[in-house]
Design a protein around this ligand. Structure first.
Ligand SMILES: *Cc1c(COP(=O)(O)O)cnc(C)c1O
Length: 426
């Protein structure tokens, strides 16, 4: 699962003791394991190898340049959702021919930037967007390729409503009933060819069935279109593959592939995957120091120096992140990570941050070993949508980011300063 482990009562990131890093960086800090990141990428690549896919890592899950460079070095392409992410991908040395661009609101300047870079594919979300890109291509004397994002309207149980995207009611893509008409109409376009189909049904999808249902529907649509002479040669099956957050195991890349590969194996399609969290989530932890503990009514609070501005997932999605002391001592090494974990002497606490919002918490009603001022805690499975969603709310400088490789580590984003808070203000 990952390369964070307890040895003699101390947490290690690969071969490096976490508290050795923190002594130099301070808290809060995101610590990433390069080996975990790369292993997750490799496992995905190996599992889906029979389809010879282009794997486009979803930058929005964790976009530090060092992370992107490591993945580009393994041959990864990139899924971008803004001009800024395209910039990151190119800065990291990403091959434009492995870049796909999604998002419901691509602006003209973002479209121009993507045309300048000569990216692989635009994932198209509406008629208005399709014809706008065709128009801009015409003005520029360029051609481009698009894939239509289709909502297959499949049930994806267990996905939080804020990350559900494949249902009819979402703002993303077009409904599958309207897709055939869209393709017929798009055939008139002179500069943008709509030769792909894009699916991204939500995140995280904790079972394989929604993918099977969505892909089956997409293949049915392709067959219908093929009978009319409209050929779709590319299928982008999106991301949303689960990562390990709680004790109950998520499907592995191999599990997803076992169900998906047979459906696509003999179709002769160019396949694209857009995994984000399944690559980056378990590759990162957020380390924080306990500032105070306090009793409030019937509740025991642990007040950490990391807050919702550093990791907003608990506040936004009621997400579960396993938390454990960085130096619990030998007796308290966790036997496994999961929500049911409870050992003798544990206390039920809320782990909260200092931000002025009652929604500012990292964990609620959690059994943890006794914690005191100065103790370090690690918030696990924080690599995806952790730093990437962080903000300066409450004028809190953003955390440092560190990349570990074996016994070596380096700061890949320095902690922000108070001057960074005001640097862009005129
Ligand atoms: C966010 C997103 C992804 C990645 O989702 P994960 O859950 O991180 O795998 C992939 N494709 C698109 C279009 C997205 O918006």
């Amino acid at each position: 699962m990952d390369d964070f482990s307890y040895i003699d009562g101390k947490l290690y990131a690969e071969g490096t003791a976490v508290d050795d890093i923190i002594t130099q960086t301070g808290t809060p800090a995101y610590i990433y394991s390069r080996n975990t990141l790369e292993n997750h990428y490799r496992r995905t690549a190996e599992a889906f190898a029979p389809l010879r896919p282009i794997i486009c890592y979803s930058i929005k899950s964790c976009g530090n340049l060092a992370i992107l460079r490591a993945l580009a070095g393994l041959g990864s392409g990139f899924d971008v959702v803004s001009g800024g992410e395209l910039f990151r991908a190119l800065q990291a040395g990403g091959d434009p021919k492995g870049i796909v661009f999604a998002g419901v609101g691509k602006t003209d300047s973002e479209i121009n930037e993507a045309l300048d870079a000569d990216i692989l594919l635009f994932n198209i979300e509406s008629e208005a967007e399709f014809w706008n890109i065709d128009r801009i291509c015409g003005l520029r004397g360029k051609t481009a390729r698009g894939a239509l994002r289709v909502n297959p309207d499949v049930a994806s149980a267990g996905t939080h409503v804020k990350t559900l995207t494949g249902k009819k009611e979402t703002k993303f893509g077009v409904d599958i009933d309207r897709a055939a008409a869209f393709y017929r109409d798009a055939a008139r376009a002179r500069h943008l060819s709509l030769s792909g189909l894009h699916l991204h049904i939500g995140s995280p999808i904790k079972s394989v069935q929604p993918y099977v249902d969505a892909i089956t529907k997409a293949l049915g649509l392709m067959d219908e279109l093929a009978r009319e002479g409209i050929v779709i040669d590319t299928l982008d099956i999106g991301g949303g593959f689960a990562a390990f957050y709680e004790g109950n195991e998520a499907p592995s890349a191999a599990d997803y592939a076992a169900a998906i590969v047979p459906l696509l194996r003999d179709r002769g399609l160019k396949i694209i995957l857009e995994p984000g969290r399944s690559i980056s989530c378990n590759a990162g932890i957020l380390v924080s120091r306990v500032t105070y503990t306090k009793q409030g009514g019937s509740k025991q609070f642990v007040i950490a120096d990391a807050a919702m501005n550093d990791l907003i997932r608990p506040t936004l999605y009621e997400s579960y992140h396993f938390i454990w002391p960085v130096n619990p001592g030998g007796a308290l090494t966790p036997p496994h990570r999961g929500s049911s974990l409870r050992t003798a002497g544990d206390q039920k606490v809320d782990v909260v941050g200092p931000v002025c919002e009652s929604g500012d918490y990292l964990a609620k009603d959690r059994y943890l070993p006794p914690l005191k001022r100065g103790d370090l805690i690690a918030v696990f499975s924080a690599g995806a949508y952790g730093f990437a969603m962080s903000s300066q709310y409450n004028a809190r400088p953003r955390a440092a980011e560190v990349l570990v490789s074996g016994r070596e580590w380096r700061v890949v984003r320095r902690r922000e300063t108070y001057h960074d808070l005001i640097a862009a203000e005129l």
